[in-house]
Design a protein around this ligand. Structure first.
Ligand code: COA
Length: 200
């Protein structure tokens, strides 16, 4: 399934909070440029697809399908939150959140990812800004928590933890993370949205 064209398809973003700009001015955030975090818009689709492919291009653990996953989630109307980071009018980062299912029946949980920053803008705090704002949006939408598969060293700084008894089939425990917003941690097997199986 390709989505390099603009327009966003039929699905779109479920939790989009509209057109408002959000200026990242959080204290202590090492953002050196003027970064704007905002909801994705239909005109951003091509840039999101390209930057996602570029961000994961050289990552050895990637199977380079992340841009297809974002497109599939959008087409399915499964983007609970989808934010872009813009610097000087250029979309340089993106984050997606979509609902997961958990075998114990816990509802209201979302998966974080893919999250991408174009290589030349990495390590300037943009990924962190996207993650923090995305988690804030999820909470505001009433989500119970968030989980992800990701870099071991990166996600604990946002409060994510490896949780005994909460897992994803085929994923090593040390790279599977969860963050509960209400304190209650589910137990069981997590499944991401079917869009994560998209291959093209
Ligand atoms: C991961 C990513 C979204 C982080 O965004 P960012 O804007 O570069 O990150 P920030 O500036 O907010 O934070 C920097 C931290 O990211 C972490 N980080 C970035 N890339 C990493 C990687 N490949 N492995 C482990 N940690 C990484 C580092 O801990 C770094 O901390 P440091 O500056 O102390 O070294 C971005 O680097 C990216 O797009 N990478 C390629 C795609 C990817 O790996 N996506 C996430 C899959 S889990």
């Amino acid at each position: 399934m390709g989505c390099a064209g603009e327009g966003g398809g039929e699905g779109g973003v479920r939790g989009g909070a509209g057109d408002g700009w959000l200026f990242m001015e959080e204290e202590g955030l090492p953002v050196q440029d003027s970064v704007r975090i905002r909801d994705e818009r239909p005109a951003d689709v091509r840039a999101i697809t390209e930057l996602t492919a570029a961000a994961f291009k050289t990552l050895a653990i990637s199977d380079h399908t992340e841009q297809f996953i974002v497109c599939a989630l959008r087409a399915a109307g499964a983007l609970a939150v989808s934010l872009v980071a813009e610097v000087d009018g250029r979309v340089v980062g993106h984050i997606a959140f979509s609902p997961v299912t958990i075998s114990d029946g816990s509802g209201g949980w979302d998966g974080l990812g893919p999250v991408s920053v174009v290589p030349e803008y990495q390590r300037r705090g943009i990924g962190s800004a996207l993650i923090r704002e995305g988690l804030k949006r999820l909470k505001a939408l009433g989500a119970q928590g968030c989980c992800l598969v990701g870099h071991r060293e990166y996600y604990p700084r946002f409060g994510f933890k490896n949780v005994t008894g909460l897992s994803h089939a085929g994923v090593p425990a040390e790279v599977f993370f969860a963050l509960s917003f209400g304190g209650r941690m589910p137990q069981g097997a997590v499944e991401f949205h079917a869009g994560f199986k998209a291959k093209g």
